[in-house]
Design a protein around this ligand. Structure first.
Ligand code: AMP
Length: 217
């Protein structure tokens, strides 16, 4: 299965991507995670991306597209993948079509996680991320036993710099301006599958898997 997850920041893309990818046994390719790993390792790519990420802006298309092109050329992505956080602009979507054409393949479905704005702000302002495995927790809705330690791997939890209320508001605006048109683009292409992304993590995962299976992905 070749699929893309779209939705506003805080819709639960990272969390759901992890479960969906495991279910279908495909690699999860999260551009935000790849950028964050590069920032931590202080690579050239990380240094270039950091200022955009800290401001809640998108990293320029050329940089992001080149990174995804390289990642999709890797062996494990040959028989399927789940892209999380890419594409985020119509230009990136067009580039993805070209990348897949060169690999003689196409997307099967695009899954939109639909969630309202207030819910997104609540989710992001309480989100804590693990330095070790990248898993997300929530100070209210999904608490680890110790508030600073990841139950999954024992790693230290932190609040992402871009999860501050001010940057969250800006990220939502960036989504509305640059990424929402992409949803319409995929709807026109007949690839869009939309699910309600409110409720428990398990409920949303079940909905997502059922929707992708129904779409024949
Ligand atoms: P995420 O973890 O998906 O919320 O991504 C965190 C940040 O990484 C975003 O706010 C952007 O700065 C950057 N980023 C991730 N994916 C993309 C993309 N497809 N295009 C441009 N910037 C991206």
């Amino acid at each position: 299965m070749r699929t893309v997850l779209v939705g506003p920041p805080g819709a639960g893309k990272g969390t759901q991507a992890n479960f969906i990818a495991k279910h279908f046994r495909i690699p999860q390719i999260s551009t935000g995670d790849i950028f964050r790993a590069n920032v931590t390792q202080e690579t050239e790519l990380g240094i270039a991306a950091k200022k955009y990420m800290d401001a809640g802006d998108l990293v320029p298309d050329e940089v992001t597209i080149a990174m995804v092109r390289d990642r999709l050329a890797e062996k494990d992505a040959r028989n399927g993948f789940l892209l999380d956080g890419f594409p985020r602009t119509v230009r990136q979507a067009e580039a993805l079509t070209e990348i897949l054409e060169a690999l003689a393949t196409t997307l099967d479905a695009v899954l939109e996680l639909a969630v309202d704005h207030e819910e997104v702000v609540r989710r992001l302002s309480g989100r804590r991320t693990c330095h070790g495995c990248g898993r997300n927790w929530h100070v209210e809705f999904d608490k680890p036993a110790d508030k600073d330690v990841c139950d999954a791997c024992g790693g230290e939890l932190f609040r992402r710099d871009d999860d501050s209320p001010e940057t969250v508001r800006h990220r939502l605006k960036v989504y509305a301006d640059q990424t929402a048109p992409l949803v319409a683009h995929y709807e026109r292409a007949g690839l869009l599958v939309r699910i309600d992304a409110s409720g428990s993590v398990e409920e949303i995962t079940e909905r997502a898997i059922a929707a992708l299976e129904a779409a024949g992905a």
